[in-house]
Design a protein around this ligand. Structure first.
Ligand SMILES: *Cc1c(COP(=O)(O)O)cnc(C)c1O
Length: 229
């Protein structure tokens, strides 16, 4: 067990608690997802031993492999945070508890068709693009409601909220404020869609200030990522 991993995890958790206190929020309503992409399954196991119960991955193949290797960690939740491809929907659905990156009806329909049974449900978030670049993942804020209405009709998906990555070219606080407005818009269609997945290593305090309920924190906890395989 690497001491520095536990120290980094504790330090991040202390900063989460401090940011929540500053915002007058209960840290208990904030889920800290540790992003383990590119790291080996052994690191995920160490995190589990330190009490981590939610991890995030952004590539289907890597997710499927790691979850398979760590199948005995039944209490561990796996979050898919990468761009989802329709031809991988079945494998994504089989390996994840929450998909954060639903940004078009085609991927929602593919995930719905991949349901193991008609009465199963998969938690999903609608990813919002906070940049002006349509090539970045996410639906534009203006197209969020029409997408939500279409996705809400798919019986095996449960819309829990919104997800976004802050644009590099803008202060995160301003971007996350716009995300909070999108989250409020979404609740006019899905009243209990209360989750906001926002905040990474460098901007999670701002995300907490803007109401984030799910933080996706990688390097600040895991240390630098190995080069992409
Ligand atoms: C990699 C990644 C993160 C974590 O980023 P860090 O800067 O390492 O905290 C969060 N969200 C998404 C969508 C990612 O791809």
């Amino acid at each position: 067990m690497s001491l520095s991993l536990s120290a980094r995890l504790a330090a991040v958790d202390a900063r989460i608690a401090a940011a929540a206190a500053d915002a007058g929020r209960d840290p208990g309503e904030i889920t800290r997802i540790v992003v383990t992409k590119f790291h080996p399954a052994t690191l995920v196991r160490e995190l589990y031993q330190l009490g981590v119960r939610a991890v995030g991955e952004n590539r289907q193949q890597e997710l499927t492999e790691k979850r398979g290797e760590l199948a005995e960690l039944a209490a561990l939740q796996w979050h898919f945070i990468g761009q989802a491809q329709t031809n991988k929907a079945k494998r994504i659905r089989a390996a994840t508890d929450v998909v954060h990156s639903v940004d078009r009806i085609a991927i929602a329909e593919a995930l719905d068709r991949a349901a193991p049974s008609p009465d199963s449900t998969l938690d999903i978030l609608l990813q919002v693009n906070l940049t002006d670049d349509p090539a970045r993942g996410g639906v534009t804020p203006a197209a969020l409601i029409p997408l939500a209405e279409q996705v809400a009709a798919l019986s095996t998906l449960r819309i829990r909220g919104v997800m976004a990555v802050a644009p590099l070219e803008q202060a995160p606080l301003a971007a996350f404020t716009r995300l909070a407005a999108s989250a409020a818009d979404l609740r006019t269609v899905v009243p209990d869609a209360s989750w906001i997945s926002a905040g990474m290593s460098h901007d999670f305090a701002d995300a907490i200030a803007c109401g984030a309920t799910h933080l996706r924190i990688g390097a600040a906890i895991t240390g630098p990522r190995p080069a992409r395989g």
